[in-house]
Design a protein around this ligand. Sequence first.
Ligand code: ADP
Ligand code: MG
Length: 458
Amino acid sequence: MELWKKTLSSLRDAVEPYDYKHWIAPVQVERLDESRRELVLTVPDDTHGRWLEEHFMTEIKKALHALTQSDYAVSFTTAEALPAALAEAVAPAIAPRAPRESALLVAPVASVATAATASPDLIDRYRFGSFVDGPTNQFAMSAARAVADHPGTLYNPLFIFGGVGLGKTHLLHAVGHAVRGKNPSARVSYVTSEQYVNDLIMGIQRNEMNQFRARYRDDCDVLLVDDIQFFAGKDRSQEEFFHMFNTLHSAHKQMVLTCDSLPQSIPLMEDRLKSRLQWGLIADIKPPGFETRVAILRRKAEADGVILPDEVAMVVARYVTQNVRELEGALMRIVAMANMLRRPLDVEITHQALGNIIGKTLERIAPDAVLRAVCVEYKVSAGDIKGPRRHRNITVPRQIAMYLVRELTDESLPQIGAFFGGRDHSTVINSLKRVEAMRDANPEIRVQIDRIRRSLRD
Ligand code: ADP
Ligand code: MG
C-alpha cells in the first residue's frame, strides 16, 4: 500500500491534474505482491481500464520503476459492486439510457455533471457592447465582429490568443450573442475544451460516439471553443477535434477558437492540428494600456451604477496592469470596502483596499520623481520645465510631465500648476488635453509616455 501511495504522488506530478483526478485517483489497489513484482489495480469499469492502459500505463510503470528499481507487471480488474451512495448519486442522471448499467454508473461524477451542459448558454454581459477596445485588443475585437457578421465566409477559424483575464472568453461569447442576435435560428455552440474532452470521454464510455460527432459536426452552424490549450497531450481529443475541424471547415461553418498561446507554441499538440489552426486568421490580445484600463474601469462602474471619481480610476489602473479580471476585482473590492465602512469612494479608501490585495503598501509617486523621469526621457532640465521657455523642445516635455503627474500622483490641478512654476490650473487642463491629442495622433509620443511610466514603476 505504501508503494502505491508513493506511486500516486509521483504520478500526480507526472500527469495533468485533470487526468490525475479523473483517471488515476479513482483507482484502488486490489493486490500488490512485492516479491513477484505484481500489481493488480481495481478500476471502475472496463473502459476506464482500457483508457489507463492506453494512456497512462507507461507513466505508472515508470513511477513504479523509479521507486523500486524493478519492473512491475500491472493489470486491472473491475470493481464488483458500486458503493450504494455513489450509485444513487449518479443513477438518475444517466441510468435510463444505460445499456450496461454497472459500467456506466461509475463514470467520473464530475464529467457526468458537465456533460449534461455541453453548450451552456452564453454569459449575458459578455457582449461587444460591453467590450472596451484599445490598441492592444482592437484587432481581435474587429476580427471577432467581422466573423460574427459574416460567419463562415471570412476567416475560418478565427484564432484568438492571449494571456489570462484579457477578454478572450468575453469576445467568444460576444460572437455567439451577435450571431444569434442577427439570426435567431443560427445554431451556435459554445464549449470549453474541457467540456469537449469530457463529452468525448462520455461518448466513448457510453458507446455514443455518433451522437458526440453529430453534436459538434452536424448540429451546429457556429462553433466556439474556449481555451484549446487544454487539448495538449490529449491525443484522442486532438484526433476527434481534427476530424471535426475538417468537416466544419469544408461545410463553411465558422469556428472561433481561443488559446493562451500561438498555435505553433501549444505543447504536445499534433502538427497537423497546429497547421489547421493557422488556416484562418490569428489575432492576439495583449494587456491593455493605461488609458484602456481607465476606460474599462469607467465602463464597469457605469454598468454597476457606481459613481467612480477619476482619481480613483487612475490609481487602480496605475497598479493593476496585467489582467482585466483583476482590474475588475480591484474595483469591486474598493466599492465593497467603501460601502461597508460607510466611507466615500476616494483615493484614501482605494489605497487601503488595494494595499491588501497587491500584498504591499502602494507607494505614492512624488511629483518630483515624475519630473525627473521626464527630464531623463527628453534630456531637458527641471529648471527648463518649470521655467517660462516656450520652445517646442521644452513645452512638449512640460505638458507630458503635467499629464503624468496628474495620472500618477494624487495632486490636484491647482497643486500641479503650482508645482510647475506657479502656472494656472487652466494651463494644466490645456496641457492634459494637448497630451491626449498628441498621444492619439503620434505613436512615438505614446511609446515615450509608456517608457516614462515603466521607469517609475520599476
Ligand atoms: P480570458 O478568457 O482572456 O481569460 P475573460 O474574457 O474571462 O478573459 O475576461 C476577464 C474579465 O475581464 C471578464 O469579466 C471580462 O468581461 C473582462 N474584460 C476583459 N477584457 C475586457 C475589455 N476589453 N472590456 C471590458 N471588459 C473586459
Ligand atoms: Mg477565458
